[in-house]
Design a protein around this ligand. Structure first.
Ligand code: GLN
Length: 454
């Protein structure tokens, strides 16, 4: 098939299901068609041999795309048309992947349901009464609904893995520093990572190979060779040592999630792996630590949205001070404001030591828990989320429950290790995810285990 045909198929599917799923913020049919035409000229050349050549994709709307509006699902950036591409976009464009559009998300990636988008919510393709998860809800839902073949999401506390779990697709949060953050609108810079969402593990490995690598424009990106991830999918996991943290099957984790993981462990055992129960004793402090640290970083990162440099500006300010105040009051949604206020408080003189500094200390303890386990085991396995997808509206006004739902994904970001979510059965017609966590820069082992399991 030609690239144009592939792109038309994708557009057709969008026309068919998008009304129900609402996964996109922007669909740029014209641009995608033009890109396809240009690529069709290259068919038969060296360029067309890359597995991503001509493949329709969607990009989370907090990753900047040149000449394609990038909103972060916020009124603040409603008309923001970037003048450059994020590094991951340059890499995908080089390989000939086609960008069909930009995916819905929680505003500035803060949320777990894609309901905080300033434009519209996204619906779970398995059942529209349920959320697709968040914050990369559009990215996961569109892949699950067959609108695109792969997408990029970002994960600060679970935002790739949790929607992947809720939508029954595969999502990887790479090691911190493995994928360049240049061109990712910052939420909490010391945790944010971009990663791929796909239908299966092999596709995921292929996209990951394309986007990973050192970038001089991101000082936290690591100069280490990118392994051939897809070559690691041997299916062989004999002798693999799995650690299962008791905290990941304990309080707050639903029966269905627990059962699905135990069933998965049986499958992995039958393939020659062994597992033992371990403990991540500080993981119970993860949620509190995470919300202090990420809100602090966000309060600083989001200071740039001042109505002067880019994005929304209040129409009739009375003074400079008034311009800042009104722009931010009108441009940001409730959840974003809540986090800015929480972060500003946590960083303020007199409270810094009690909150921010303390949280940094706990973060180190959480990291040490992981180091300790990885000195003996190859991977850590548990559920991705304590429950399947929430009903629409169920947690958005019950924030503590919503935050607590990040219990099993957050420790991974605080430590900086990589983790994947792969489909692991259903309960009441809703998908569940299995989380496989690996050691630093050991995405290869994660992929090998995930592929053997799927
Ligand atoms: N649900 C988490 C939050 O609201 C995760 C967000 C993310 O990973 N971007 O912060």
């Amino acid at each position: 098939v030609s690239v144009s045909e592939l792109v038309e198929e994708s557009i057709q599917q969008i026309n068919k299901v998008e009304e129900k799923v609402k996964a996109f913020i922007t669909v740029d049919e014209e641009k995608a068609r033009q890109q396809a035409k240009d690529l069709d000229e290259k068919v038969g050349t060296e360029a067309s041999s890359h597995p991503l050549f001509g493949i329709p994709s969607g990009i989370k709307d907090n990753i900047v795309t040149k000449n394609l509006v990038t909103t972060c699902a916020s009124k603040m950036l409603e008309n923001f048309d970037p003048i450059y591409d994020a590094t991951v976009m340059e890499k995908l464009n080089e390989k000939g992947a086609v960008t069909i559009g930009k995916m819905n998300m929680d505003e500035f990636a803060m949320g777990s349901t894609t309901e905080t988008s300033a434009f519209h919510p996204t619906f779970n393709p398995w059942n529209p009464e349920f959320v697709p998860g968040g914050s990369s809800g559009g990215s996961a839902a569109a892949v699950a609904a067959g609108e695109i073949m792969f997408s990029l999401g970002s994960d600060t506390g679970g935002s790739i893995r949790q929607p992947a779990a809720f939508c029954g697709v595969v999502g990887l949060k790479p090691t911190y520093g493995r994928v360049s953050r240049s061109g990712l609108v910052a939420f909490a810079s010391s945790l944010d990572q971009i990663g791929p969402i796909t239908r299966n593990v092999e596709d995921n490995a292929i996209v990951m190979e394309a986007i990973a690598g050192h970038d001089h424009r991101d000082s936290t990106s690591i100069d280490q060779e990118v392994p051939n991830y897809s070559a690691a999918l041997s299916g062989d996991i004999k002798g693999l040592k799995i650690a299962v943290p008791k905290e990941y099957l304990g309080d707050g984790v639903s029966e269905a999630s627990r059962e699905s993981v135990l069933a998965a462990l049986k499958v992995l055992e039958s393939l020659g792996a062994t597992w033992e129960e371990v403990s991540l004793p500080h993981s119970k402090y993860g949620v509190g630590t995470y919300y202090i640290l990420t809100s602090s970083e966000a309060s600083s990162n989001l200071a740039r949205f001042d109505g002067v440099r880019y994005g929304y500006r209040t129409p009739n300010p009375e003074s400079l001070d008034d311009l800042y105040k009104k722009t931010r009051a009108e441009g940001f949604g409730d959840e974003v404001k809540r986090r800015i206020m929480l972060g500003t408080f946590a960083l303020s003189a007199g409270y810094y030591d009690a909150y921010y500094k303390k949280a940094q200390q706990v973060r180190t303890l959480i990291k040490q828990d992981f180091d300790h386990i990885f000195s003996e085991y190859d991977v850590i396995i548990g559920p991705t989320t304590p429950t399947p997808a929430y009903k629409m509206g169920e947690v958005i006004d019950d924030l503590l429950t919503m935050y607590a739902g990040d219990l099993l994904t957050i420790p991974v970001n605080l430590a900086g290790v990589p983790a994947i979510s792969v489909p692991c059965g259903f309960t009441n017609g809703l998908p569940l995810g299995l989380q496989i966590i690996g050691n630093y820069f050991d995405e290869k082992t994660i992929y090998r285990v995930a592929h053997a399991f799927e």
